[in-house]
Design a protein around this ligand. Sequence first.
Ligand code: SF4
Length: 497
Amino acid sequence: MNEVTDPPSPTISEEKRMERIVTKEDYIQSLKDLHHVVYYKGKRVEDVTEHPALRPHINSAALTYELALRPEHEELMTAVSHLTGRKINRFTHIHQSIDDLIKKVQMLRLIAHETGSCFQRCVGLDALNAVYMTAYDIDQKYKTDYFERFKRYLLHVQESNVMVVGGMTDPKGDRSLPPGKQADPDLFTHVVERRANGIIIRGAKAHMTGAVNSQEILIMPTQAMREEEKDYALACALPLNAPGVILIFGRQTNEERKCEEGFDAGNPQFGLVGGEALIIFEDVFVPWERVFLCGEYDLAGLLVERFATLHRQNYGGCKGGVSDVLIGASALAAEFQGTAGASHIKEKLAEMIHLAETIYAGSVACSAMGYKTPSGAYYPDPLLANTTKHNVTRHIYEIARLAHDISGGIVATMPFQGDLENSEVGRYVRKYLAGAQGIPVEARMKILRLIENMSGGTALVESMHGAGSPQTQKVMYGRLGNLEQKKRWAKRLVQID
Ligand code: SF4
């Protein structure tokens, strides 16, 4: 416990927070109004919406608002609130059926086709659902009132349509030590003081997708906790402009390309995967009405497991959709260089489609096999959700490998757009990068840059570690795989005890 000053007054008024965000323009304006503390490359960013390194991620998340307004996407992008009966954005919805779980996966694939990139808002959606289910269970066990509190918070999210970043991963310091034994106790986010009107928290959340372009964060514990780690068993929500919150945007592979004009960025409008940030909480006040788990350590693990399952459910949807774009780009690269008719190219494209549909099938399957939790919210089958994410850690690398194979070495050695446009050497670039007859060199270069952007560096690592590393999925197999039952089936066949 530490001495801290009195709780600061919120910098964003309740009235302002409750303004409804409808269009992508509303969303972008709300980020301008937020005035949260964001750093990029050692400098404070005054307006995240105007910064070239951040804007592509904002464009991507903005589509979650824009597509919801298109009649042809209404069924996937919107839902009916079980709290109010009103139409809401599906990214603020608590799943009420198997159909909702499947529609979520379909929605993610749809948006990924538009962006070719991560659109970030699913993290908050999964956090809302995980906390909803678990707040109910905590109340059942401890007679607390977290569920009613959370429903009031959810109502605010659904009515205002804010983007919420789900905050789970703590920095963790020395992985061999539990939270309370770390040399620095802040390496896991924790409560440092309890007051009559709320709590003071300190710590950080790392790798937070979409953090700099969300308005709020819903914090969850990073792992199961023991009794002596009660102060680390914490779930709460706060606006990202609350005093004491600092966001530091992470470096991405080739991120300086986003600051260039033209097609060398690869995916100029939507950027490269999610745009992750380190979020620091330096003695931040959270009122009790925004606290949904505080000290009930024995249910922290359940909350973590539920969030992980809900986010792993997604990966065949969004990564399936992103893979569709990469497969299309690879097919175009082959066409543009005259290899599309070769049997080995057709075979490789078929293999890429097989891999993409396999991960999508996993996401649909874990949704179809989902079930109702005691809270009433629906939950995907956790074993199948984990295998889906595990397949993504492998299949995305294989899809990227095949994209490189089809594209050729040019994907890594191609000159700049500036060379193409240079008055001295441009004619040589145009002459020697020519491919199939009738295909403009610019078109070929654009597609190759897109492939490079979608298949290298950060994009791959994100598939490996986003929603948890492969080892976290293997831990779940040990718990959910029911090895004892499998042994019994084998023994029965050969009639041994
Ligand atoms: Fe959503 Fe996929 Fe990005 Fe996760 S990686 S936030 S599921 S788009």
